[in-house]
Write a protein that binds this ligand. Structure first.
Ligand code: LMR
Length: 397
């Protein structure tokens, strides 16, 4: 038969875990695998600003006709302002173009397709470790993938010297994926001085920066988290940015993100844009409308925007609180390891340093699901599950 040679794929290391979790019949099971925000009550809420925007959309929407290939132009403009900065000289010079994409993953894939199909590059460098899907997204698009050093397990910090040394092995014209903030899975971001140094290094080595910007607002703040991207733009005239509203708008299942490409001048940006359109058309023709309509309504309405900023802060603060409580509780249990480094990490995740065996024991013996790399979704910790979590970790250490 035609499909006889199909080999069964292994389950996705993140989303496969959620499937396993759903099938677990233990009542006290805890899912800290996938990066989904939960309130202290353990629910993934629809943000208030989103609910209000949806009411407005429901009342004012007049058609379900297709969007343009690149999506809503108004949405694209608001994305560029959010990512590049409202007063960015790039916007003034009209050097950036955005296409609406189904989530950050869709945006990454459109960018990867663009790079491959336009022969911009053949190779992409990805941090070690990284989000489990990066190698697949770029590899399936046809790019050769390589790893650059990022994490030092001894210091639980950034291996900045190792990172620079790896990047120096790249050839001019290679692309490099950077996590704009809240590095997934480590939660470790470069400092302001390190961003500056990296930005200059990329320009000197002629590397193509490709930012994955999935957590804007979960680090230090919405504007603050754009520091890395904006610093790079001071020294590098061509940059790709894939951003997502899954996390900061809680719009996970609406699949809403965007790919923004900054070019050296307006004329180049127009040519690049025409090819971005081809990449979209060949993949999914044109994007779904609802997620972009929500984001557009919120960002263009001063009251809803202010509410959104507040709600993002609430999520950021709760995660930080859980981080601190987690470290405190582990220490109170007398565990020998020092987990204080977790307080230095940003975003939804804590790279705990737990081994594969310890992760497996947490699942088998305690029904606690975390990613095999030892990544814990702190965004899923609550005051109701933290004691059980810490007690289980203390047992497997
Ligand atoms: C994660 O890293 O958990 C999220 O980005 C969800 C996903 O798609 O993997």
């Amino acid at each position: 038969m035609f499909f006889d040679n199909i080999v069964a794929a292994s389950a996705d290391p993140i989303l496969g875990l959620t499937e396993e979790f759903k099938n677990d019949t233990r009542a006290d099971k805890i899912n800290l695998g996938v990066g989904i925000y939960k309130t202290n009550e353990g629910v993934t809420p629809i943000l208030k600003c989103v609910k209000q925007a949806e009411k407005i959309i429901f009342d004012t929407e007049t058609t379900k006709s297709y969007l343009p290939i690149v999506g809503s132009p108004e949405y694209g403009r608001l994305v560029r302002e959010l990512v590049l900065g409202k007063d960015s000289e790039i916007i003034v010079a009209d050097r950036a173009r955005s296409v609406q994409a189904p989530g950050g993953t869709g945006a990454l894939r459109i960018g990867a397709d663009f790079l491959v199909q336009q022969n911009v590059t053949k190779k992409v460098w990805i941090s070690d470790p990284t989000w489990a899907n990066h190698f697949q997204v770029f590899g399936k698009a046809g790019l050769e993938t390589a790893k650059y050093k990022y994490y030092n397990p001894e210091t639980h910090g950034l291996d900045f010297e190792g990172m620079k040394a790896s990047l120096k092995q790249a050839k001019a014209g290679d692309a490099v994926v950077l996590h704009a903030c809240c590095h997934n899975p480590t939660g470790i971001d470069p400092t302001a001085a390190q961003w500056e140094e990296l930005a200059k290094l990329f320009a000197e080595l002629k590397l193509i920066p490709f930012f994955d910007f999935a957590y804007q607002g979960f680090g230090n703040g919405i504007e603050e988290d754009a520091f890395g991207v904006r610093t790079f733009l001071k020294y590098n005239s061509e940059v790709l940015i894939a951003n997502s509203f899954s996390k900061n708008f809680g719009l996970y299942n609406e699949r809403i993100g965007a790919l923004t490409i900054v070019s050296a001048d307006k004329e180049t940006a127009d040519r690049v844009f025409s090819q971005m359109k081809i990449a979209v058309r060949a993949n999914f023709s044109n994007p779904p409308a609802h997620g972009a309509a929500i984001v557009t309504t919120v960002l263009s309405n001063p009251e809803l925007r202010a509410l959104w900023v507040e709600e993002v802060k609430e999520m950021r603060d709760r995660i930080k609180e859980m981080r601190e409580l987690f470290v405190k509780k582990l220490s109170a249990l007398g565990v020998k390891n020092d987990f204080s480094f977790i307080n230095e990490q940003y975003g939804m995740f804590s790279f705990s340093g737990l081994s594969k065996e310890q992760v497996a024991r947490l699942k088998e013996e305690f029904g606690i699901y975390i990613v095999g790399s030892g990544r814990i979704s702190v965004a899923g910790i609550t005051t109701a599950n933290i004691d059980a979590l810490c007690a289980a970790i203390a047992k497997v250490l």
